[in-house]
Design a protein around this ligand. Structure first.
Ligand code: F6P
Length: 325
């Protein structure tokens, strides 16, 4: 096993609150172990273009509390090509990088896996996405902050919904995962939740509205984006058609969910997995994502981590049904 002297670090895909805390943890841990760190800007794009710089203790000062990513991020089409990855490897050699730490979601890990195997370079991944859709970690970095942002927004929507006796369809992010909708639906007291994992259709919502208390002033239907039922406007249209008396409105929360100061939980998670990532490379590990399972550090091969987990705790949906009577 060749000794690692210089670790390259980058963030890729959609940003998430806590990525900066993870970068800080990696840089400081590497310095603690007398290793060098090369920061790579804009994920795989920076790797291809050689947009890199040496990081030191000060490069990560005063960032643990900041949202976004100081290394910037991108979704790279070029890296999906053999040519693009060859160019990236040339830069890796030029900057004397011996190993990489990639912070991102499933797209990032798919690219990291191919690159690591193609050029025999150790790569470790850290789960940075608000979607919480990766296998091998109970929570991803950014998820906790994002769900708190959503709950805060829905509480505000509830105030106005209550004043006007309105029904709101609130659409949240998650790509093809309903993890954000599910947890925030419970926390914000939603009357119904629509998520892709359960293939929930609108009949379940109609049913709930029909059977539910008629004297309830406000109602919230929490909807995960990209589900088969359609977007918030389509769901709103269909509810209005079925219940013409409801005064319905739509609110799509959008990218507000990706910003903001990371929560304490996200900072601690990012710090723990960041330290573990450097230690994993020092111990000869590669091709794995580091997460937390039952509060313990867990190593999951990239190919398993990227298998979208569709397991939804059935109790969660039952809780919504019981509590929204
Ligand atoms: O993966 C994070 C995420 O915010 C998803 O929830 C969402 O579908 C997607 O990224 C949006 O991506 P973009 O910012 O590129 O539009």
């Amino acid at each position: 096993m060749a000794q690692i002297k210089n670790i390259g670090i980058f963030t890729s895909g959609g940003d998430s609150p806590g990525m900066n805390a993870a970068i800080r943890a990696v840089v400081r841990t590497a310095i603690f172990y007398d290793l060098e760190v090369t920061g790579i800007r804009r994920g795989f794009e920076g790797l291809i273009k050689g947009d890199m710089f040496t990081m030191n203790r000060k490069s990560v000062s005063n960032i643990i509390q900041r949202g976004g990513t100081i290394l910037k991020t991108a979704r790279s089409e070029e890296f999906k090509t053999t040519e693009g990855r060859k160019e990236a490897y040339e830069q890796v050699k030029k900057f004397n990088i011996d190993a990489l730490i990639a912070i991102g979601g499933d797209g990032t890990f798919k690219g990291a896996k191919v690159f690591g195997e193609e050029f025999d370079i150790p790569v470790i991944g850290l789960p940075g996405t608000i979607d919480n859709d990766l296998c091998g970690t109970d929570f991803t970095i950014g998820y906790d902050t994002a769900i708190n942002t959503v709950v805060d927004a829905v509480d505000k929507i509830r105030d106005t919904a209550e004043s006007h006796d309105r029904l709101f369809i609130v659409e949240v992010m998650g790509k093809d995962s309903g993890m954000i909708a599910l947890r925030t639906g419970i926390a914000a007291g939603a009357e119904a939740i629509l998520i892709p994992e359960t293939n929930s259709d609108l009949n379940s919502v109609f049913d709930r509205l029909e059977k539910g208390r008629k004297d309830k002033a406000s109602k919230i239907v929490m909807l995960a984006e990209d589900g088969e039922v359609g977007g918030a406007f389509e769901v709103g249209r269909q509810i209005k058609e079925k219940f013409p008396n409801y005064d319905t409105r739509v609110s799509i929360l959008g990218h507000i969910q990706r910003g903001g100061k990371p929560s304490c939980m996200d900072r601690v998670l990012a710090s723990r997995v960041g330290v573990a990532a450097v230690e994993a490379l020092r111990n000869g590990r590669k091709g794995e994502m580091i997460g937390l399972i039952h509060n313990e550090i867990a190593y999951t091969p990239f190919e398993k981590a990227t298998k979208h987990h569709t397991e939804v705790n059935p109790n969660f949906l039952k809780i919504v049904e019981i509590l929204s009577i």
